[in-house]
Design a protein around this ligand. Sequence first.
Ligand code: NAP
Ligand code: ZN
Length: 362
Amino acid sequence: MAGTPLTTHTQVVSGWAAHDPSGKIVPYTFKRRENGPNDVTIKVLYCGICHTDLHFAKNDWGITVYPVVPGHEITGIVTVVGSQVTNFKIGDRVGVGCMAATCLECDFCKQSQENYCDKMQLTYNGIFWDGSITYGGYSKSLVADYRFVVHVPESLPMDRAAPLLCAGVTVFCPLKDNNLVGNPGKRIGIIGMGGLGHLGVKFGKAFGHHVTVISTSPSKEKEAKERLGADDFILSTDADQMQAKKRSIDFILDTVSAKHSLGPYLELLKVNGTLVLVAAPDNPVDLPSFPLIFGKRTVKGSVIGSMEETQEMLNICAKFNILCDIESVTPDKINVAFDRLVKNDIKYRFVIDIAGNPTSSL
Ligand code: NAP
Ligand code: ZN
């Protein structure tokens, strides 16, 4: 595989890890590789808590290698720059998302779609080029190959920008791929107003669409409309509301982290409409055929975005002032945050203040 040769892992780093499927996060000291010629070392300032972190911590998908140091919504400051790195310097404000490495050689890598490289390795629970397990952003510092690092525009605050590195690009790319950027006036729906979903609303409005939030939480209606600017709200547990909005939406983005059926949501799409699934529940979603065939509808998937798209998305966020709504937590309260995430009790993203005060008011 392309990339760095075998490296030494001598940098001792403080972080936080889960050690078993209880998902409980505890302090963990581990070693990272020395900064290689293509690497930058980053002092981590903030790391978002993505629902994916919870899936991995609890081994929901059966692929977790313990101990796992989660975190792929990372912002920080460059502290060391490798000899071959020309686009970053010490002191730069940077971000790292979900990818640590790809093959750099396949068609997807060559066409800046490396998030679809089948050798793509994740920022945590991946296997880096040197064979080591990757550890994520729930840690004081990170060593990353420069090809998997982006610049955070000056106008974006580092804490509210952190979740954009995963949640932001994950909702931005399906809009871009489905011709919903620079093509206003469509009716789009966002299922699940959580970390990903609330950013989907913000992008949808910035791109000039009529945005409907489709949610299980009545408490989110007022906020969706008044603060996030959503045009409509459907309570998905209310059959009458779902019935009234049948065949009304062109495009739906599904961000629901729990098992669900796509059937009722597909009925909301117009004929020829598209639903993009970005959510990854631990159990397969139900896909009944009738709403699919009688509406000539399409269901697609999408995973994060390329590094080029991640930079593009951050620049767009700077232009439209799109930021994540966050609740800041200190590292000692990650487990409290996890529990609240399970209960859907967060508006809309926890962000760990990695470099800040060690105690929290939570
Ligand atoms: P999140 O903040 O927990 O939001 C998920 C939302 O889903 C909740 O806010 C809730 O919205 C809704 N929901 C929860 N339980 C539900 C249920 N039983 N039935 C219906 N709706 C329910 O999670 P997230 O961080 O946004 O992540 C969402 C999913 O995307 C996760 O599975 C994550 O692993 C996945 N993900 C995928 C990618 C990718 O590249 N494809 C990237 C990042 C994350 P309401 O209260 O509005 O109903
Ligand atoms: Zn994520």
